[in-house]
Design a protein around this ligand. Structure first.
Ligand code: NAP
Length: 290
């Protein structure tokens, strides 16, 4: 079993990005600039946005963090997004999800300029991806592809089972794994909460991508010997042995599944760090285009 080490791979990718940005600046190019929009003070969202802003600083990107109270209206938030769309200094816009219930994430995302959609959530971005046209890739699936590439894991002809069909992870992951590209060319099955015989399906998987949002849901009895396991889940569970009283676990029962797998991503230290790499690569690409 080999751990797919998000810490090491993201450090490698970030050092490449840092060099690229230095070169871009030295050649008179634009400093990539990411704007992050945070509504409210959900602790998980604060942590995600904080690490994205810190990574910008680390790589020599500019970053702007816009914070709003939860009582901001949808119309007011859309105005703020329009300002960012028009601001020529901004290359990428990310609106941290979830938003409060009175604001539709779809409406907000649909109002982001697709040329600044570095999270890869806009319908035009996803439509282009679906058609195999050049586009930003959704940050988490993109990060997973970068991880597979780094370890030279060829999924051609393999049976990949993606569990979870969200627009930001599961569904785009199935498209990217099955497209005629490298990484790609896999045979893909998409499972969700209405899937009847999940275990039967996962037992035939050469690769499992778990994006469910349920702690330790995938157990060893669901996994074929030698399978490749990509755990997207980030779940906080109680842990009395920790000072904080909690810890993060994935959607895969790591201790149970790891001995059976050929490769596995840990949580934390796996896909989450790769997501930030995907976001940063998209932002650099946006800056080059702008
Ligand atoms: N590492 C990262 O960078 C990163 C990025 C994004 C998300 N995440 C994490 O990844 C997880 C999934 O995120 P998401 O945004 O994709 O979640 P989501 O929108 O809640 O989607 C969850 C998906 O899992 C399916 N599902 C739920 N219970 C299931 C079950 N018992 N069997 C099979 N499928 C089941 C749901 O099916 P239905 O469609 O039928 O409801 C849904 O499609 C969360 O833990 C999230 O925190 C991590």
């Amino acid at each position: 079993m080999q751990i797919l080490d998000g810490v090491a791979v993201s450090a490698h990718i970030k050092s490449q990005l840092k060099q690229e940005v230095e070169q871009l600046k030295a050649n008179g190019g634009k400093t990539p600039h990411l704007a992050a929009v945070l509504v409210g003070n959900n602790p998980a969202s604060e942590a995600y946005v904080g690490s994205k802003v810190r990574t910008c600083q680390e790589l020599g990107f500019d970053s702007t963090l816009l914070r709003f109270d939860t009582d901001i209206t949808e119309a007011q938030l859309l105005e703020e997004v329009q300002k960012l769309n028009k601001d020529k200094s901004i290359d990428g816009i990310l609106v941290q999800l979830p938003l409060p219930d009175h604001i539709s994430p779809d409406v907000v995302i649909n109002n982001i300029d697709p040329s600044k959609d570095v999270d890869g959530f806009h319908p035009i971005t996803q439509g282009k991806m679906l058609l195999g046209q050049k586009s930003f890739l959704p940050a988490t699936p993109y990060g997973i592809l970068l991880m597979l590439e780094h370890y030279n894991i060829d999924v051609t002809g393999k049976h990949c089972v993606v569990i979870g069909r969200s627009n930001i992870v599961g569904t785009p992951m199935t498209i990217l794994l099955s497209r005629n590209a490298n990484p790609g060319n896999a045979t893909v099955t998409l499972c969700h909460s209405k899937t009847k015989n999940l275990k039967e399906i996962t037992l035939t998987a050469d690769v499992i991508v778990a994006a469910i949002g349920r702690p330790k849901y995938v157990t060893a009895d669901m996994v074929k010997e030698g399978a490749i396991i990509i755990d997207v889940g980030i779940n906080r569970i109680a842990d009395a042995t920790r000072k904080s009283g909690t810890r993060l676990v994935g959607d895969v029962d790591y201790e149970d599944v790891a001995p059976k797998s050929s490769y596995i991503t840990p949580v934390p230290g796996g896909v989450g760090l790769m997501t930030i790499c995907g976001l940063m690569k998209n932002t650099l690409e946006a800056a080059k285009q702008h």
